[in-house]
Design a protein around this ligand. Structure first.
Ligand code: MTE
Length: 330
């Protein structure tokens, strides 16, 4: 049996009231009560559920969630407020509160994604084209940041592999490279050369195709807020959080390992793989434990728990790295 998402607070305290009400309405339309929200795999969602009004809408999609999958084994969830106000999104500033404070002028719609590289189908696609065939799922995943804090977040999205297959990657496609949008007028952090913009990330093909790898359009039953990477981001739950590139505008199939922003900026500190590994310390701090930001009370020093190999997803993903030295390939 699956344990419902818990954050030790009534839902009305987590989500701003209008959003909370809309969420309740969406659930009602789906025939799912508040209780059903925490239940296991739910049946196919009702297609006539009302699409939430702007700015919450996801182009070409109603926020109906076809399937819920809990992979957190009943850990206490992170509050909506914390997950949306303690962020890393350097395009909006390097402080944890900067993304929420500075992303109000960012326009996640309309949105296009370029598909490039070694695939039979390439070109520019609208977000509607990208999302249309894919039923949305809710998945509760741990997010372990390389700075040794972590959250437990209910994401809304679908497996990245389902999208990639549509473009028919060729045998030369060994990696997938991702690029974030670059709009200095809307993203004040881009005016500072703290990183080599645009933000880029990459995965090996088998990692990208792994069913745990999620292309995310929402969280907590709502469209992604700007500070969390609207309208489209990646979540790779067994890797450090920085692999979860936000506001994606380009996906490219490559033959060689792509350059990634953090690896380029500090290769000794941030490897290409960046699988969560308590046995390999960051050069400046230990990765053995993490500060879990969850439940009631934002505790900067407490809630310290042991970090698990592959962030607790070893059973599902360790085989991808069989025979590899994880200390060398960090
Ligand atoms: N994507 C872009 N484009 N720019 C960023 O600065 N920060 C990364 C990742 N994706 C980042 C990004 C880091 S370091 C983390 S930990 C996660 O986003 C944080 O995601 P969250 O703010 O939704 O928790």
């Amino acid at each position: 049996m699956r344990i419902p998402f818990r954050d030790n607070l009534p839902a009305s305290a987590i989500t701003p009231e209008p959003l909370y009400r809309r969420r309740r309405d969406v659930l009602k339309l789906l025939g799912l009560g508040a209780v059903a929200l925490g239940s296991g795999c739910s049946p196919e969602a009702t297609p006539q559920a009302a699409a939430p009004a702007a700015p919450e809408s996801i182009p070409g999609k109603s926020l109906t969630i076809a399937r819920k999958l809990d992979t957190t084994m009943g850990e206490t969830g992170t509050r909506y407020k914390d997950a949306t106000h303690y962020n890393n999104f350097y395009e909006f500033g390097t402080g944890k509160s900067d993304p929420a404070a500075n992303s109000g002028g960012f326009h996640p719609q309309p949105w296009n994604v370029e598909i490039a590289g070694h695939a039979e189908v390439t070109g520019h696609f609208t977000l509607e084209d990208i999302l249309k065939p894919h039923p949305l799922e809710e998945r509760i995943y741990r997010l372990r940041c390389v700075e040794a804090w972590s959250m437990v977040i209910p994401w809304v999205g679908f497996p990245l592999g389902d999208l990639l297959k549509r473009f028919k990657p060729t045998s030369q496609a060994k990696y997938v490279a991702f690029t974030t949008v670059q709009r200095p007028a809307e993203m004040p952090g881009l005016n500072y050369p703290v990183l080599n913009w645009p933000y880029r990330e990459g995965l090996r093909m088998d990692e990208a195709m792994h069913p745990l790898t999620l292309l995310v359009v929402g969280m907590y039953g709502h469209a992604l807020p700007n500070q969390n990477g609207a309208p489209l981001r990646l979540v790779v739950p067994w890797k450090y959080g920085f692999k979860g590139i936000k506001s994606i505008v380009k996906i490219e199939f490559t033959e060689s390992q792509p350059t990634t922003t953090w690896n380029e900026s500090a290769p000794d500190e941030y490897g290409f793989f960046s699988n969560v590994n308590p046995a390999v310390d960051h050069p400046r701090w230990s990765q053995k434990t993490e500060r879990r930001i969850a439940g009631d009370g934002f505790n900067l020093f407490g809630n310290r728990i042991a970090t698990k190999p592959f962030n607790g997803y070893a059973d599902q993903v360790a085989s991808l790295y069989a025979g590899m030295d994880m200390r060398k390939n960090f």
